[in-house]
Each structure stands twice: as C-alpha cells, then as structure tokens.
Design a protein around this ligand. Structure first.
Ligand code: HEC
Length: 202
C-alpha cells in the first residue's frame, strides 16, 4: 500500500513537470472514476438448435475468458449492470494514450446479445465463430487489438462454436452502445485507458 502511494506521489510530480513543459495537463480534462470487474454470465434460453452441453461449454468459456468484463455496462467502471450482462458497454476503451493525444481514439465494446437492431441478431454462426477466432468481420479488416483476439487464436473450432452458440441463445437485450470515436475527436461517453508507464529518473 505504502509503495503504491509512493508511486502515486511520483506520478503527480511527473504530471506537474509535463504540464509546465507543454502547457497541457491531462487532469484538467479528465475526472477519475472507480474501476470494477464482472464475472457473472447470463443464463441462456433453451435451444432446439444447440445442445445443453454446447451452451454450458460456451457459458463456461465466456466466463473464463472474461468477455463480460468489457462487454457489460458498468463492468469497466462503476457497478456492473446485471440486467444488461454482455449487452455492450457505454464506457469505452481508448486505444491511443490520453497522455499523448488530447482526444484519443475510443472503441465501445458492442452488445453481444442477439438483439436484431443493437446486438448480434443478424450475425451468422460462421461470422461469429470467425470473429472469436481471428477477429475479422466479413473477411475484412481486423478489429482493433483492444479486443484480445490474438489470445483466442489457438481456440479449437468446437470451443469457438460453443461460444457462438451460447451468444446466439441469450435473451436479446436492446442496448445501443456509443459509436466508436476516431483519434482526434472528442468522446462524449466515458472511457478507460490501459497504459504502462515508468517514472523518469532525473
Ligand atoms: C478487453 C476488452 C474485451 C474483451 C475481454 C472482449 N472483447 Fe469483444 N470487443 C471489444 C471491443 C472494444 C470491441 C469492438 C472493437 C472495434 O470496434 O473495433 C469488441 C468486439 C467484439 C465483437 C464484434 C461485435 C460487433 O458488433 O462488431 C464480438 C462478436 C466480440 N467482441 C466478442 C467477444 C467475446 C466472445 C469475448 C470473450 C471470448 C470478447 N469479445 C472479449 C472488447 C473486448
């Protein structure tokens, strides 16, 4: 605890130095909120297409891989919303550093429930399986590396299929997440940033 406090003190000193040099203090533009995590997974609906074993396996994997820790409102920050499990996050993730860019690029983890308008309702099983395995949509550009698809690349076809079957069997939840924000444009919804920083010895 004491060590963490010490680092905090160094960080403040560093920010003051940076702000003197550039005239830009990121803390003038940001307010810090409390982080939280979530491990709960919603119950799937009974399905005539997928077996109970497949759905249980998909649910187990989604819980284990922590998909809900990004794709649920309140999971990244605040209190997870248990009525919107896996239905997307209104808190985004910055993929460039807010310490460098005044307005970093931000992605909002989409709604994974099968709602037709705001979720994955219109996605085919093939598209979902491919998304989980290699992070591509319609064989085009890879989604941003914020979604940890490289770590899922060695998943078996069977497991990727179970994840997709489970998502397809969830009760649809209507919830539209904010649109992604390109670098340089001001985000109107909050976001978190994962960065690794080292204090500079002077
Ligand atoms: C570290 C946070 C994070 C985790 C963990 C995560 N995702 Fe994502 N996911 C994202 C973000 C952010 C996007 C949107 C990327 C973009 O817009 O380019 C995304 C996109 C997706 C999409 C595309 C949806 C769409 O509408 O385009 C699917 C499907 C998806 N994730 C499924 C999963 C599954 C399944 C897991 C767990 C195995 C998972 N994600 C884990 C952050 C995450």
């Amino acid at each position: 605890m004491r060590a963490a406090f010490k680092h905090g003190a160094y960080l403040v000193v560093l920010l003051v130095l940076v702000s003197c040099e550039t005239g830009y203090n990121p803390l003038d533009d940001y307010e810090q909120l409390d982080p939280a995590t979530i491990f709960a997974t919603p119950e799937p609906q009974l399905s005539s297409t997928y077996s109970t074993e497949q759905l249980a396996r998909g649910r187990y994997l989604i819980g284990l891989l922590g998909c809900g820790s990004c794709h649920t409102d309140g999971a990244l920050v605040g209190v997870p919303n248990s009525s919107r499990l896996l239905a997307g996050s209104s808190t985004g993730i910055a993929y460039t550093s807010p310490f460098i860019d005044k307005n970093p690029g931000v992605v909002y983890p989409p709604n994974l429930t099968p709602d037709m308008e705001t979720g994955l309702g219109s996605w085919t099983m093939d598209r979902l399986v491919e998304m989980v395995r290699v992070g591509t949509v319609d064989h085009s550009a890879r989604t941003l590396p914020v979604m940890p698809w490289p770590a899922f690349a060695s998943i078996t076809n069977e497991d990727a299929f179970s994840i997709a079957a489970y998502l397809k069997s969830l009760a649809p939840v209507r919830h539209r997440v904010p649109s992604n924000v390109p670098r340089g444009r001001k985000a109107s919804a909050p976001f978190v940033h994962f960065g690794v920083y080292q204090t500079i010895e002077r």
